[in-house]
Design a protein around this ligand. Structure first.
Ligand code: NAG
Length: 485
């Protein structure tokens, strides 16, 4: 362990030297040279301010890292260094607008970007910023091409079956107590395996699920691939899952099930604009990213909805009323949910929206400047990372009166102004899983509220954001059967 640490120190020292040399020789000439760089501090070499950033998350107050710096430096933009990269954090509605719409208008200015650690975990998604960006946009269009409206209707039925089976098997009255996070993770992952892989076999699903903890932590780690680091564990876990996914892909090809009926077949058989098929490894990385992206974020959202419903009985009651009226309109209790039903769940979705405002599962995302940029009279040099976060607007009283208050009805009264409410990002790179996430959350709420009431077993359970928000003990609850009205 000591050997590892000293090795790490030497490595960081050398890396920082190289970084300094690189930075001092760059950007010597630019049309924006007379503009100042964004104010801020880049902290320690390589580590930058990553430790402050993650320690605020550990304390459950990730927004504080951003708020402190906005107040100290600028409400428009400040510079920092995160996950090994110099980063300009674009803040507020104007920052969100700049990143979402300039990437929309012109792909040559700002590209989609992954932290270096994520590049190591998904090595088949491209090597340079340009190829990563190209592949991301390509898969995005293939993905949207598959999850069209008629497919989403099928998905409602599918997830409804998964939710019913899951609650039947894991949330029964003999148990009385449930750890929400671990159970909802199981449900969310099972749903994702059905939706993305058409995988039903419990053993196969469990086999895939086991290494997932390490992946999400690895994506947002300091990009140092050494023994004992989160990055190394993430890479190992991803390799194990990728291997399994390639087996599943080959099996599917062998069985000739390439009938385009599920997402995996679609990814494998659809060509892009240049008639190129995706390789097995590209598809495996894409599925891996979709599974990793969907499991924890959906689980986090459902968990906090359940937490607030336990805390506010009148809100629980409103949700129950809405869901009952949908259930009662069915001819038999076995009749599955459909897409139209989801559109009627307005109040339930307002509750979910309020959770996504206060505790957004995604803390923010990176872009990269492909050219020198002028953002509100600050010079952002080519090659810098750009970062946006929902936290710079979601608790701002200008956009959300009484921002700390949990109040789902705020979404009934007004629509947030454009670019203020951004749990799924926005513009051409809006989260591709947005509709699926909404579907999975609403279908689960329909089923769980129909069956149970619940109370929290820990009154003031703390929250950690690492990098997805969860109650530290996983929200243990006590279940009560819901009498039919
Ligand atoms: C930078 O952009 C601002 C608008 O945000 C504009 O007023 C200013 O003239 C630009 N500066 C340069 C040097 O292009």
């Amino acid at each position: 362990m000591e050997f590892e640490l000293s090795f790490l120190c030497i490595f960081l020292f050398i890396a920082s030297l190289i970084l300094c040399i690189l930075l001092s020789t760059r950007n010597s000439k630019s049309i924006f040279n007379n503009l100042p760089l964004p104010p801020g501090s880049t902290g320690l070499p390589v580590l930058g301010e990553t430790l402050e950033f993650s320690s605020m998350g550990k304390r459950g107050i990730p927004e504080k890292f951003l708020m402190d710096r906005m107040n100290k430096y600028s409400h428009q933009v400040f510079k920092t260094s995160l996950l090994g990269e110099i980063t300009a954090v674009c803040c507020g509605v104007s920052g969100n607008k700049f990143l979402f719409s300039s990437s929309h208008q012109n792909n040559d200015l700002i590209a989609f970007s992954w932290p270096s650690s994520a590049k190591k975990i998904f090595p088949h998604s491209g090597e340079t910023t340009k190829t990563i960006n190209h592949n991301a946009m390509r898969f995005r269009s293939i993905f949207f091409g598959f999850f069209k409206l008629e497919m989403l209707q099928n998905c409602v039925v599918l997830v409804d079956v998964v939710a019913k089976e899951h609650l039947e098997n894991h949330w029964n009255m003999e148990q009385k107590e449930v750890n929400v996070v671990s159970m909802v993770k199981l449900f969310a992952f099972t749903s994702a395996c059905r939706l993305f892989l058409n995988l039903e076999n419990r053993d196969e699903i469990d086999h895939l699920a086991a290494p997932f903890e390490e992946i999400v932590a690895g994506i947002f780690s300091i990009p140092v691939n050494l023994p004992g680091t989160a990055c190394r564990r993430g890479i190992k876990a991803a390799n194990a899952i990728r291997k399994k996914l390639v087996e599943i892909i080959r099996e599917k090809k062998k069985k000739g099930m390439m009938d385009n009926q599920d997402c995996l077949s679609h990814l494998l058989t659809v060509t892009d604009g240049n008639d190129r098929l995706s390789t097995e490894l590209e598809v495996a990385d894409q599925i891996l990213a979709s599974l990793a992206g969907s499991r924890d974020s959906t689980t986090s959202a459902i968990t906090f909805i359940m937490k607030y419903l336990a805390e506010f009985p009148h809100i629980y009651h409103e949700v129950l009323k809405e869901q009952r009226s949908i259930a009662e309109a069915k001819s038999s209790s076995g009749e599955p949910l459909n897409w139209k039903d989801l559109q009627k769940m307005k109040y339930t979705w307002n509750v979910a929206s309020e959770v996504l405002r206060l505790l957004p599962p995604v803390q923010g995302n990176f872009r990269e400047a492909l050219v020198d940029l002028n953002y509100s009279d600050f010079f952002i040099p080519k090659g810098w990372k750009l970062y946006w976060s929902p936290h710079t607007t979601h608790r701002n009283p200008e956009y959300f009166p009484e921002p700390e208050k949990f109040d789902p009805s705020r979404f009934e009264r007004t629509h947030p102004i454009p670019y203020a409410y951004v749990p799924f990002g926005g513009g051409s790179r809006v989260c591709p899983g947005k509709d699926i996430a909404r579907l999975v959350i609403l279908v689960f709420m329909y089923n769980v509220v129909g069956k149970f009431r619940w109370e929290k077993m820990i009154p003031d359970e703390e929250i950690m954001v690492l990098p997805v928000p969860f109650p530290v003990k996983g929200l243990p609850i006590r279940l009560y059967p819901n009498q039919k009205s």
